[in-house]
Design a protein around this ligand. Sequence first.
Ligand code: 5AD
Ligand code: SF4
Length: 443
Amino acid sequence: MNKKYFIKTYGCQMNVYDSHRIAMSLENLGYVKANHQQDADLVLFNTCHIREKAAEKLFSDLGRALIVKNERTENGLNTVIGVLGCVVQAEDDQILKRAPYVDFALGPLTYHRLPAILKQLETKHISGILDTQFPVESKFDFLPENKAEGGCSFLAIQEGCDNFCTYCVVPYTRGVEYSRPVEDVLKEAKKLIETGTLEINLLGQNVNSYHGKDQNGKEQNLAYLLNKMAELDGLKRLRYTTSYPADVDDDLIQCHKNIDILMPYLHLPVQSGSNKILKLMNRRHTAETYLEVVSKLKEANPKLEMSSDFIVGFPEETDEDFEQTLKLVDKVSYIQAFSFKYSKRPGTPAAVMENQVPEKIKKERLNILQNKLFALQNAFNQKCVGQTFEVLFEQKGRHKGQFIGRTPYMQNVHASADEKMMGKIQKVKILSATANSLEGKVV
Ligand code: 5AD
Ligand code: SF4
């Protein structure tokens, strides 16, 4: 009987991608996916450390995993528990200390060593393996080939970050910036397309600082890579996430004019509309330079719509600073956004800054900002009613015969469809909308 694995993924798209690669390497070893954690011989938690809550959730999930493990032991079944990802990198040996029943813990740059570790566990009957190295080798060179799971795929092209925004743990958990070579990216993209992908989202913590080498060893930028991707036969949609505003160059802006498969939706986190706060955050843009980039992008593609991340209640943020954020939101008119209360991350400069904002004020500001963002999102969705969009169907809906797909603007669309349309692009006329999703009819 094949062993079964179960992976729970927290956090960002990069973690979703990593979990997919991990699943592929387990399937290569003969494991099959378990539908429930209770059935799994191997339980993995791929963790996120970006905000406090994510790590807390891990420890409560680990507590529950121990209960399941004990139940399985009573039934004569063995369970291996592993923790992966950014919490491991940040907490180091603390995870194994707090949860000694965890068999191994691997940071985000060492998960290619998983097969070797599973073998070690099996043959040597040891536990408590920890690997939080920043290895010299690239994990991408050691992972089995990536294959598509559906019509949409992520493809990591860049990892780590050298920006050191003062609130952020990423430079400490994912290490220094690393770009994969152009040919490696194209090879993985071709395989994804061959196995059914129509849409590829190129991922990186700071994706637009991509500087991978081409065949001649020459460093190339993201615009070069996007143009190469656009030449691939069979690729219908292209995206890239997440970009750093100060690194959006003219080449990249031109891509939004010239590459027709590049979707008209861009996630460009601004974090705050106050120049004082942006400076304290160590961001290399101001509200004005950000708005300038947005206007150049929209000039290149007038259909382009924006999304962003915001942090409210960063140390020293006053009501006036917060007002600046609200003003910027009005100017850009985002169609989607993620907003968070500032959360102190140990070891980052902002965690020890003076004038931390009280929780109550953070909550109030978040509420005001989210109401505004929600209204904008709703207004955009309402504007879509009556229009026809190309929708890439990705999953089954709750009702029989109902499927869920996405528009070029990443909105979820529910529509009655044929099973055969899964993983395919169909024209859908939008009949109604809420702030969170659209309802449509295949035309
Ligand atoms: N507190 C709150 N939000 C944060 N983010 C990153 N670090 C923190 C923090 N310490 C947010 C930023 C980033 C997104 C991925 O998470 O908005 O863009
Ligand atoms: Fe973190 Fe800033 Fe790098 Fe984004 S750009 S990963 S927020 S340090």
